[in-house]
Write a protein that binds this ligand. Structure first.
Ligand SMILES: Cc1cc2nc3c(=O)[nH]c(=O)nc-3n(C[C@H](O)[C@H](O)[C@H](O)COP(=O)(O)OP(=O)(O)OC[C@H]3O[C@@H](n4cnc5c(N)ncnc54)[C@H](O)[C@@H]3O)c2cc1C
Length: 374
């Protein structure tokens, strides 16, 4: 019997647990450990902020969902890993002390490095928890003119909610017959993180259609009550501010792989095995790949890791490989909605499509995903 421990109850942890429950015989034990009892469907948080979804639409109870699939769920905080002893040390929660494993899947996501931007917590809104989306929603309701600034800090690696928030805000102000004054700030040019000139062109045109200003080369340094200040000496005043903070790998990563780089993301091979660690895999925002960090990548990586774990448990060599592909919908709320697909491991150009259909497709995909997994 193998004892498989999965750390993290986000997209990658949940999908890996489900795949393993389907592929492994019942004698094997699968345990999912996570800090919170709720799964959060992050792509739905822009809709929560704009009142198009309720908080209960974008989360579900992990313990109930896992029980249905014969997966043991433990709520608790992972403090460190001792890979030489096959042990995970828990800081608090339902288990205090040690959990052991035969195989480990690390899926603890990213850490928000808000401490790198003074004033972030005091003055900026963000969309990284359900509560913060609700608070931002209240600020949107009471926003009565002036400039709205929406942006990414250096290392944020999450462009979709920035564009979707700017589009939703512009549409809201247009519907109130107000002149939208929406500015996106970014350390990079439009579409840069998405990696292709066709994407940049399509985004630029759609932003212009809504009179959304794009300020590139604006690496956020700090936030004051009315002004956002960049590292290269520029200032912009705001009445409403939403920022995506810098991301870093989980602090627990270093206990597994002391050589992780400055950003703290784990190095894996193309089977999603953590380099230089036997019987340990990783998937999702915590791993070190180029480009933005997205849910569909986390899901694909989790599927690959689960397939290879099952092969290893059966005494075979891991042989399923991950290809790093970008696929996303940036919902403009109408015909400007963009579908983007690009293989980030090849130099081929991106596929870019635009139309209202993609807005519906994203909505249907999101609802299907939540219903299937909850
Ligand atoms: C506002 C927003 C909009 C987005 N929109 C899109 C989109 O449109 N399309 C798209 O593809 N992606 C989108 N994303 C990105 C997507 O949500 C992430 O890529 C995805 O959540 C990554 O999944 P993950 O499992 O790696 O990490 P997470 O979902 O972050 O899960 C990590 C889990 O680990 C747990 N955890 C962390 N540390 C510990 C610890 N020490 N002990 C115990 N548990 C711990 C956390 O509680 C969490 O359950 C969006 C993200 C946000 C925030």
């Amino acid at each position: 019997m193998a004892n498989v421990l999965i750390l993290g109850g986000g997209f990658s942890g949940v999908v890996a647990a489900e795949r393993l429950a389907q592929s492994l015989a019942e004698e094997h034990q699968i345990t999912l450990v996570s800090r919170d009892r709720s799964f959060v469907f992050y792509p739905g948080l822009v809709d929560v902020a704009f009142g198009k979804s309720e908080p209960s639409d974008v989360s579900f109870d992990l313990r109930d969902a896992m029980l249905d699939r014969r997966i043991r769920f433990i709520q608790g905080e992972v403090a460190r890993i001792e890979p030489d002893a096959n042990k995970v040390l828990m800081a608090r929660g339902e288990v205090e002390g040690v959990l052991t494993y035969d195989y480990l899947l690390f899926a603890l996501g990213r850490r928000l490095a808000t401490e790198e931007v003074p004033g972030f917590f005091e003055y900026a809104h963000h969309l990284l928890t359900i509560d913060s989306a609700v608070e931002f929603g209240a600020a949107i309701k009471s926003f009565s003119g002036g400039r709205a600034v929406i942006g990414q800090c250096c290392g944020a690696r999450l462009p979709v909610p920035v564009y979707e928030t700017a589009f939703a805000l512009a549409r809201l102000l247009e519907s109130r017959s107000e002149r939208p004054r929406v500015t996106i700030v970014s350390p990079d040019p439009p579409g840069y993180q998405l990696g292709d000139s066709a994407i940049a062109h399509a985004l630029r045109t759609t932003l212009e259609d809504h009179s959304i200003e794009f300020l590139s080369e604006f690496p956020v340094e700090r936030v004051t009550p009315e002004t956002l200040i960049s590292k290269n000496g520029h200032n912009i005043n705001y009445r409403l501010l939403m920022l995506v903070p810098p991301f870093r790998g989980s602090a627990v990563s270093r206990t597994l792989q002391p050589t992780v780089g400055n950003e703290g993301y784990l190095n894996v091979d193309n089977t999603m095995r953590v380099q230089k660690c036997d019987r340990v895999y990783a998937a999702g925002d915590c791993v070190n790949f180029t480009g933005p960090k997205m849910a569909h990548m986390a899901v694909h990586q989790a599927e690959v890791a689960a397939a290879n774990l099952a092969l290893e448990i059966a005494g075979r060599e891991p042989s399923v490989t991950y290809s790093h592909e970008l696929m996303m919908v940036i919902d403009e709320g109408g015909p400007g909605t963009l579908f983007i697909r690009q293989d980030l491991s090849e130099s081929d150009g991106a596929t870019v499509k635009q139309g209202r259909f993609w807005s519906w497709a994203k909505w249907i995909h999101d609802k299907y995903w939540q219903a299937r997994h909850s």
